[in-house]
Each structure stands twice: as structure tokens, then as C-alpha cells.
Design a protein around this ligand. Sequence first.
Ligand SMILES: Cc1cc2nc3c(=O)[nH]c(=O)nc-3n(C[C@H](O)[C@H](O)[C@H](O)COP(=O)(O)OP(=O)(O)OC[C@H]3O[C@@H](n4cnc5c(N)ncnc54)[C@H](O)[C@@H]3O)c2cc1C
Length: 636
Amino acid sequence: MLESKIPSGPIEQKWEKSRFEMKLVNPANRRKHSVIIVGSGLAGAAAAASLGQQGYPVDCFCFQDSPRRAHSIAAQGGINAAKNYRNDGDSIFRLFYDTVKGGDFRAREANVYRLAQISVNIIDQCVAQGVPFAREYGGLLDTRSFGGVQVSRTFYARGQTGQQLLLGAYQALEEQAAAGTVKMHTRSEMLDLVLVNGKARGIITRNLVTGAIESHAADVVVLATGGYGNVFYLSTNAKGSNTTAIWRAHRRGALFGNPCFTQIHPTCIPVSSEHQSKLTLMSESLRNDGRVWVPRKNGDDRAPGAIPEDERDYYLERRYPSFGNLVPRDVASRAAKEVCDEGRGVGPGGQGVYLDFADAIRRLGESQVREKYGNLFDMYEEITGENAYKVPMRIFPAVHYTMGGLWVDYHLMSTIPGLFVAGEANFSDHGANRLGASALMQGLADGYFILPYTLPNYIASSAVEKIDTSHPAFAAAKDEVMKRVTTMVNIRGKRTVDSIHKELGRMMWENCGMTRSEAGLKSNLARIPQLQEEFWKNVNIIGTGEELNQSLEKAGRVADFLELGELMCIDALQRAESCGGHFRVESQTPEGEALRDDEHFSYVSAWEWKGGGGHWGFHKEPLAFEHVHLAQRSYK
Ligand SMILES: Cc1cc2nc3c(=O)[nH]c(=O)nc-3n(C[C@H](O)[C@H](O)[C@H](O)COP(=O)(O)OP(=O)(O)OC[C@H]3O[C@@H](n4cnc5c(N)ncnc54)[C@H](O)[C@@H]3O)c2cc1C
């Protein structure tokens, strides 16, 4: 069932060879083949602009009022590329190696190698678009380091890299909109996927302003709908980020890959209140210059400035001398949790550690630190009221990214023919832990450089019959969507959507978050079905389906999170090893590090929808490591 379609031949030549072997569509024929792209973040906008430029008619959808508001705009720290401008030992192979190792050997080697190869083109593409990457005094592009690596390969635009990259992709998208190849459908939420003869042929959307349920047909559908970290309720993701598009496709037959692989980011502003609905990231780039520490003594509540140097524990530098503060995110997050569990955490509730810039300010001067990270310091001050130039930041891990997503083959096609998945929405490339600054790289690689080959190859090599929305499959799917909306609105129960979402989020964080145990996962699996039932009996959605209704929008997304949460726990339970961000307490080294079990778990898990109620089909894609040898990850 799982055909990964990895090309044969040496790893360095696989992509080149398969690009040559892929079929092309004659320019005059391209306008006869329509494409739907759901999502206009970095992955979706890049794909829509590139395919539009090739001459395909593209319908692109997003739920925001403008593509510029996609969650990608929030990305702060940077984008990786193996340019080796610093001459510090970087190479395509090293980026490939770091990514496979960083992902704790749970990613497909061939995909990761291609990503490293393409990384160098992405920077050229973005520079040509006018993306204002930071430059050194001499005019060359500047770079900095991110976690899990010992070279400086992260290109950045202050702390606003995502925003600048998205503006580049957006202007390319708008160019195609003006040329008439791309039609943008904003404020439209995909609520179902339509299959005809087993192939993806369209989507059903709800117009978020009028409530109208609409059908759209095409030859190919691409989902670039981002990650599902909001299953945890509190995360650094935009509030609107959700799983609905990929979950609906999953229910229609697309397998879900590694659903439990979640990234917890070590440097976020700690939770400060029960009523909080959002967490804020402090970019990993800050760990280039900030030093992480806690007091040596338990319960030491002196102000940070009053704690002398020899009474501080710079625990990352102590435990991981080679990588220090720049260990990968999963390692840094767990270490922060450990010191807080020991009673050495700082700030309200002891759920925080210091990220201290005093040394960097002494070494570089405040103005240079401001130059590099000014907007992050401002954001921190806006939220906490503290000036991080004077007192250390307080940080704590938070849910940030989901490595899991719809399973895709080397061509980024899901198990449904004609359904492609790009960006954070697919499971590919990052294994069990994504390295910092690699999500933007992957989203843009998928959109600018991979789909423009693999999608035409699919069109050219499959018989795509001509259909439109009058096909009965559209009426049937539309009917199902309308019934679901009406059922939800008519429940008129007593619990708010948010209260159910919060309860789900809390149990996901406690039992399927930074650490996972068999007992905790089983308790979630007992409680989640009850919460699903509670939702369908007792949720209260105000207003109707025929109008702008944010309560209804949230409810639809939470209903899907409730099913996804269950699958995440099932996946985490079957993977009785620790790897990357998936830390099973039963599987750790004597030093408390993640202990993989390669003999039994060197595979991608891929789940098939079998009607819910705890039933899923389980498939495995075995992983082979021929170029990066399986080893216990060490950052010491
Ligand atoms: C605070 C923060 C900082 C980050 N910083 C970095 C960084 O410095 N470097 C890095 O590499 N990564 C970073 N990341 C990760 C990175 O930003 C994301 O992984 C990436 O931007 C995702 O891009 P995407 O195109 O896949 O999805 P998104 O940008 O999330 O876009 C999703 C799109 O899909 C649309 N959509 C979703 N569902 C539907 C639906 N049902 N119907 C219609 N449309 C839908 C949305 O409207 C949107 O247009 C950061 C993440 C966060 C949270």
C-alpha cells in the first residue's frame, strides 16, 4: 500500500534523474488542466505562483482575508541553506546529515538529501524576489546558527524571516493573479475532499462570510494547510491553524504519517494565566547569544541579578559542552522540564528558566544585540513588561510544530491519487524532530521546486477524465458537509467550544506532550472518546450556519482535533521507543536521554481511517539508512 517511489541510483543523483524521467506537459496543454491549492502560506503560495507561472489555471484557497495573514508570517528566526558562505565546513551532505541525525533517524534519507540540495536554490530565488535578508557590512548575506548544528547556515531577516519570505511568495502569487492564472479565494474554508473514481477531484468549502457551502472541481488537489499543533489548545501557532483539511482528506482515505511526532520548542514565554489562549515563541536564534541557566539551589527565589555566577547552573553548557545552548529543541526542552521538575525553575509557579543576554551585551554592546534581535526583545517586553536588556528573559517549552502529517511519497503525493500535500501539512523530511529554520526551507522547497515537477508528471501520466461540479460525487459530499454543519449548530448544549478544546489540550499536553507513558496515553484513550461524545451532545454554538460565525468555525476544527488527538495517542502508544520529540518514559538511557529501538521501530507509521471509534488500519514504511549510520544521538 505504501509505495514511497524513491528513485534508484546514487543519492546525489536521485532527484536529478527523476526530474529528467518525469513527464512534461506541453505549454499549450497546461491551460486545460486545473489545479486546486488549499493554503497560501509559504508552501501553498510558492506552489500556486510556480504552477500559475507554468500556465496551469490555479484556484487557491485560504481562510484568512489575505494570503499575507497565513501563519508562515509568524516565522521569526530564519531559513537554512547549505550555501557555505561562511566557509565553516558546511555542505549539502552536512545539512542532509544534520537533518537525518536531528530527526533521530526517523526520516526518509532520499527526501532529506533532495531538501538539502534544493536549499541553495531557495535562497537565490528569494533574493531574486527582493527578500531583504540580513547582510554583513561588506554586503554579503549574513547567517547565524540554529540548534543541532555546528555551522552557521541560517539566513534571516531580523526576527521576521517568515514575514519577508511570505511577502516574496505573495508578490509572486499576486503577479499570477494579475496575469489571470491564479484565482484567489480568501475567507473560504475547505470542509471536505471530493473523490471521483478514487482520485482527488475537488473540494467543498464554506464561505466564512456568508456561510454558503460551495463545490470546486479540478484535475489535481494540493493541500498546503499547515500544522496541527493547536490540538494542544495552547501553542505558538496562529489561533486559526487547524487540522481540518488534512483530517477530512484522511477520512476520505489519505493515510496519516507519524501523527504523534510533535515539536516542543524550548524558548517560549511561560504560561502566565489559566485564561491564556495563545503562547508566544522567542526565536531559537536567541540561543546564539543568550545563555540558559537556573539557580543551583532548589527554591532560590532571589532576583536573577542577586544570584552570583558560581550559584548558577548553565545546565545546557554543562551537560552538552559541544553544542551548549544550541542543542536541538527536543533536548533543550526536556532539559528545561527536568530542572523545573527538580524545583529549580524560576518565575511564577517555577515553570521557567532564564535566557540571559548579559554576556552578549558585555561582549557586543547593547546596540548590536538590538540590531540582531530588537523586535524579539520588544515583543517580550510588550507581553511580560520586562526589559530583557536589563534582566534575563524567562522561557519555557511550548508546542510549536508537528512533524506528523499526511503520508506522502517522494513526489509529495498522498495515498489518494491526485492529492498532493506540501509544507507542514505533510509528514516528510523532519523525522521525529525538526531542526530550527528547516520548516521554511521545506515549505519553499515543496512549493517552488518539487511540486512544479511532480504535479505535471502526474497530470501527464494519468488519465484524468473531464468532470465538473455537476458530477454526483460533489452533490453527495456537499450534502454531508451541510448535514454536519446543521447537526453541530442544532446541538445547543451547555459547554463552550473552548472549554472542550481546553480539556482536550490539557490532557494532550500532560500525557502526549513533552513526555509520554503507557499509563498516561491509556488514560487519554479512555477519556477522549467520552469528550468526543460530550462534544456531539453538549456543545453550544451560538448563531447559525448561514452567516459569519466564528463559534461554528472553531467547533468544526475542534471536532476534528478530538479525533486527531485520539489517533496521536494511539500512535504514541504503539511506538514504545523514544525518538526525537517523542519521549516515552519507559525508554531512556541511564543519563535520561531518548533511547531509540531501531530493531523494532525504524519505520514511518501510517494510519488508515476505518470509521473512527478507536479503529484505524496500521501500515509501516520501513526506513533504510545507507548514508547516515544509525547511532545514538549525542550532542555532548
Ligand atoms: C512562532 C513561530 C515561529 C516560527 N519560526 C520559524 C523559523 O524561524 N524558521 C522555520 O523554518 N520555521 C519556523 N516556524 C515554522 C514555520 O513557520 C511553519 O512550519 C511554516 O510557516 C508552515 O508553512 P505552511 O505553508 O506549511 O503553512 P501555513 O503558513 O500555516 O499556511 C497554511 C495555509 O492553509 C490555509 N488553510 C488551513 N486550513 C485550511 C482550510 N481548511 N481551508 C482553507 N485554507 C486552509 C491557511 O489559510 C493558510 O493559508 C515557526 C513557527 C511558529 C509558530
